[in-house]
Design a protein around this ligand. Structure first.
Ligand code: NAD
Ligand code: WQD
Length: 338
């Protein structure tokens, strides 16, 4: 396998994945419409990797543009990141979420089919598990998505499953990421959300550089050790490594395979605030506030399947994640804008 199309390659996880693909010798083609990213990310990817990629500004739902990309490059496999991903926004804009996430995926599958491309790695999400009955969560546990974003990811998994059943030469892997955080150790690439961050780490990083005053900890009365919600944070580079391993195993079998990418370690919001404070060298201010609607108390992965099948497991701990996130924020206080 030589040429990989990365949809959403300018985004947080996509950009880090492009560095890894280039460093491992893949010809890397990116399609992104920059609705939640900027071309600067791709400049930095090429700077870190010391190799060029080919980038297209296009919307996945534009079949004509997508067909043009497949016509110009001998694409062997696709890593499909492009999607809208904010849970809260999806409650306000459900039709937008289904349009981008579902129609984007079916448009991509149609172009792949028209050009004989039969391998795809898909970004799924721990959010499809919803309010977990028990943790850690294994892939065979019931999906109970509680918002349009999570449902869109769940439906995409079903689309892939149905497509694989109908077209037996198709090979698809859905990776259910837990909470990817951190940044590239070069300090050149990181997580740069547009507007006020929804996610806890980008929010705390903006507190750390003085762009936001303090974190509101959403809920101090959960049935957890310190009362705050627990998540399975995973270094973005471990998620990236999971993608390369998945790609290398696309040929093993046909059909859809579903795998968690998590660490199996739970961290509460207060533990995270402490770890990031340690990394920044100062106490990050917070106030305990009401629970955020739709949040669940605890999400932790059982990452055993990926280890059993592929020997993949996360290698970086919380301190690495926090140090790398802080290095990026310290060097890029205004994100890529500066
Ligand atoms: P991101 O928003 O940083 O990256 C997504 C990229 O897709 C952006 O660059 C955006 O401009 C692009 N994009 C969006 N719609 C597009 C369209 N119609 N056509 C072309 N490009 C489009 O998000 P991320 O954090 O890198 O997440 C990548 C994928 O992983 C998403 O599918 C997301 O749902 C999934 N995921 C993310 C997390 C997380 O916490 N970051 C967790 C689980 C799953
Ligand atoms: C983490 C914890 C919040 C912000 C979502 C998706 C999941 C995946 C990752 C895409 C929670 C608390 C947050 C704040 C806070 N993405 N928090 N104050 O909600 O666990 O997961 O993003 O697929 O699928 O559901 O991530 O970073 O928003 O929150 O106290 O200002 O931090 O309540 O416990 P979440 P998050």
């Amino acid at each position: 396998m030589r040429t990989v199309l990365v949809t959403g390659g300018a985004g947080f996880i996509g950009s880090h994945t492009c560095v890894d693909l280039l460093e491992h010798g893949y010809e890397t083609i990116v399609v992104d419409n920059y609705t939640n990213s900027s071309p600067t990310a791709l400049d930095r990817v090429q700077k870190i990797a010391g190799r060029p990629l080919v980038g297209y500004v296009a919307d996945l739902r534009d079949r004509h543009a997508m067909d043009g990309v497949f016509e110009r490059h001998p694409i062997d496999a696709v890593i499909h990141f492009a999607a809208k991903k904010a849970v809260g926004e999806s409650m306000r804009l459900p039709i937008d979420y289904y349009d981008v996430n579902l129609a984007g995926t079916t448009s991509l599958l149609r172009s792949m089919q028209a050009h004989g491309v039969r391998k795809i790695v898909f970004s799924s999400s721990c959010s499809i598990y919803g309010d977990a009955v028990r943790v850690p969560l294994a892939e065979e546990d019931e999906a109970r998505p509680t918002n349009p974003y999570a449902r869109s990811k769940w439906i995409c998994e079903q689309i892939l499953r149905d497509a694989c059943e109908r077209y037996p030469d198709l090979s698809a892997i859905a990776l259910r990421y837990f909470n990817p955080i951190g940044a590239h150790p070069s300090g050149l690439l990181g997580e740069v959300p547009t507007g006020v961050p929804n996610n806890v780490v980008p929010y705390l990083m903006q507190v750390a550089v003085g762009r936001l005053e303090r974190l509101s900890v959403f809920g101090g009365d959960y049935a957890t050790a310190d009362g705050t919600a627990v998540r399975d944070y995973i270094h973005v580079l471990d998620v990236v490594a999971g993608h390369r391993v998945a790609m290398e195993h696309l040929d093993d079998e046909r059909g859809l395979r579903v795998l968690n990418l998590g660490t199996g370690v739970g961290t509460s919001v207060l533990q995270l605030v402490n770890a990031l404070s340690e990394a920044c060298g100062r106490e990050l201010p917070y106030v305990v506030a009401d629970r955020r609607p739709g949040d669940v108390p605890t999400l932790i992965a059982d990452p055993g399947r990926a280890e059993r099948l592929w020997g993949w497991r996360a290698t970086r701990g919380l301190a690495d994640m926090c140090h790398d996130a802080w290095r990026f924020q310290r060097l890029n206080p205004a994100g890529y804008a500066a």
